[in-house]
Design a protein around this ligand. Structure first.
Ligand code: ASP
Length: 329
């Protein structure tokens, strides 16, 4: 064999190896895990499971599964994802907690800006809901009952830093009252207790409340967004919190996708491309939008844009949390 031929063969083999490496994600037979830092059945779990299904096709048929690592207002699961191998096979689906926990916890077990940001997924309105046996039938009546009963009122939430906690903090500040707060590992178990009347009320994403409101298992009072929402139709007559007097109340809960820091750039690109494809999947859009979520398709699905957005959210919610007097000093 001539020297030149041998060299050509070696170069060809090296090129093939590089090509195989670049195309090897996800490797055949390897599954991808989405860590969800809240209990199964709640809003974060819901979007992660819908996304897991929608990611399958753009990731070449790979199996995508969900691992619920719930507790401590999302910090347990987020820390688990932070420590996971940076190979693209363990990812994190979380929400605004990524931006609230840096202010609330001295050491949550991760640094919010040391993940590989893969992109924003959706935005979901919240709604104030109460146990079915509560006499109040309007925001005014609910407000009157809260003002009268103050700390006797039990408000459920999904832990310090969760969306329900944040919304509850804002409500307490606006109503100038301190309630008894009851933390859960997610709003799915909180919902079970709300239906059963063990807690009085909470604020939660419409992706968890809609079927319960439709089935009259809980009562709904007001929306957290700046404008009223018409889909799902069950909310169309509800006022916004801003309208009922909580001026400028405007909360919409976003969810995003993240990988551990150090995940190879090519894998980050593959995952971001897959995310963008999943967000255009008509089945995914139908499932999400049917429950009031808005699937994001703008520039915020780009890693750099999403990172900038989260940094702005850390500043925004940090100020709100500090104003409410609840922060790790
Ligand atoms: N909705 C929850 C929250 O209040 C979290 C969850 O269970 O997804 O943050």
């Amino acid at each position: 064999m001539s020297k030149l031929f041998k060299l050509t063969l070696a170069a060809g083999a090296a090129l093939l190896a590089v090509g195989a490496q670049a195309q090897a994600f996800p490797a055949p037979g390897k599954s991808i895990t989405l860590i969800v830092p809240f209990a199964a059945g709640g809003p974060t779990d819901k979007v992660a499971r819908d996304l897991a299904e929608a990611l399958r096709k753009p990731l070449g048929g790979a199996t995508v599964v969900v691992d619920n690592a719930a507790g401590a207002g999302s910090t347990i699961g987020t820390a688990k994802a932070f420590r996971a191998p940076a190979d693209g096979y363990t990812l994190l689906v979380t929400h605004v907690g990524m931006a609230t926990t840096p202010t609330l916890y001295r050491n949550p077990g991760y640094k919010y800006d040391e993940f590989e940001y893969l992109g924003l997924i959706n935005e979901v309105p919240m709604v104030v809901v109460a146990k079915p046996t509560l006499a109040a039938n309007s925001w005014a009546e609910l407000n009157g009952w809260i003002t009268q009963n103050k700390s006797k009122v039990n408000m459920a939430h999904a832990g310090l830093g969760s969306a329900s906690h944040l919304c509850g903090l804002m409500l307490q500040s606006a109503l100038k009252t301190e309630l008894t707060t009851v933390p859960y590992k997610g709003t799915a178990p909180a919902m079970t207790d709300l239906i059963g009347g063990q807690v009085d009320f909470m604020c939660d994403q419409t992706t968890n409340t809609t079927s319960q409101v439709e089935g009259k298992k809980i009562k709904a009072y007001a929306m957290s967004t700046a404008k009223r929402i018409t889909t799902p139709a069950v909310y169309k007559d509800l006022p916004t919190l801003d309208e009922v007097g909580l001026k400028d109340f405007n909360v919409s809960i976003w969810h995003g996708l993240y990988a551990p820091k150090g995940t190879p750039a090519a894998v980050v690109k593959t995952l971001n491309d897959a995310l963008k494809a999943a967000l255009k999947d008509p089945d995914f859009i139908k499932k999400e939008e049917g429950l009031g979520a808005v699937v994001v398709t703008d520039g915020r699905t780009n890693p750099a844009e999403h990172k900038k957005f989260v940094a702005s959210e850390v500043a925004k919610w940090g100020a709100v949390i500090k104003a409410a007097g609840q922060y790790a000093d």
